[in-house]
Design a protein around this ligand. Sequence first.
Ligand code: SF4
Length: 459
Amino acid sequence: MRVLLLNPPGERIYIRDYFCSKTTKSNYLFHPIDLVVLSGTLASRHEVVVLDCMAERLDPARAEARIDAFAPDAIVSLVGSVSWREDRTFLARQAALGRRVAALGDVLQEDSDRRLEQEPWLEAALHVFSNDDVLHWLEGRLERVSEATVRPPGGRPQRVRARPRQKGVYRVPRPRHELFPERGYRFSFARQRRFATLLSDYGCPFQCSFCVIGTLGFQLRPIPDVLEEVDHLRTRGIRELFFQDQTFGVAHARGLELCRALAERGDLSFTCFTRPDTADDELFEALVRAGCHTVMMGVESADAAILERYRKVYTPGAVRQGFARARRHGLRTVGTFVLGLPEETADSLRATLDLALELELDFMSLNLAVPRFGTPFRRQALELGLARRDDLIMDQGGAEAFLPTRTLARDQVLELKREMIRRFYLRPSYLARRLGSTRSLWELGAQAREGLALLRRNV
Ligand code: SF4
């Protein structure tokens, strides 16, 4: 079959992957990891084309022309709560042309059978992208689907959940990076223009209650499969990587083994997420040897009670130690934060900014709390009346809807966030450090563009 993997067009730059949609906070746009993984699975049996309208900045008319030229039998598309109105309009038009449509994204993670009833153009919702469900749906073997919402011929939509949570090992055929556009992707921390986004594990073993990834289970990919993908990228001249694993090295011995194998290549340069409490000196040392230059780690909040309530399973003290360890190993650090949880106050936000400054972060990434579908936090927000069940639009980037707190209105949260960004990034000492740490003219230009885009959104 002819299958199109689609990241649909939109008015803004949307990031819809990994069941966590948002607007870009500055200018970055990395490869949508769901489509990267599905490209291998689908291309093993079908003719596949990738159309990433975000990377190519295609408007709906040009996107439709490109789709018509390929004339797919089926479309597997990302959708997002951040762009749901636009996505459903665009995809319904494709279905009206006789194309089968399956989609995946945060907005379909909850009440998906009801959502399919409301959206007759949508034939299936995929809830996992690390298995073969997409093939089973495409080839009409619905009895083999393990976790998806499907519409049996002549029947009502039904959510299939053969296993409660994914665990163990998963295998996927080598993702077909070569199908994705060469240009249009930008990643704030990359040290080279050409980079690839990849996964060596799926989901997360932790269950922070505001995060959807913790609801996906946790699976590891065999190291030889990861290396096959990395080596294929190297044959294409790509040596800059973004591992989108959410807690790189959390399976400690495997993390060290993977790092050793990457270090043997001797030519890699990469960024990954890890946790400040689980990444020890041994892992940081192995990461540096493997070519890692930047680690992204959750700080979330300076308030120990907030960390405990949302099941981060670490304290601000452990966060301080983790970031200090990473710095000792010469790694650049990115602290990620979640602002505007119901207990948030103006004082707790100020304390969080003080912590960000104390940690000497190289970059600070601020996310606004949103009641992500399928998370315990969503249930709490519904109970507190902070969110409504039928509000499908949300954006942790802050350009679209997010939540008020118990004491702060939405515009106060947004203004305090903007103030934090200005106070963090406009320090002369910070700007001097940034300037001194860039290694090439390309990197300097890329960081200047990112910085300006960030400030434009926050002045
Ligand atoms: S550790 Fe990170 S990815 Fe895992 S559940 Fe917590 S916030 Fe989500």
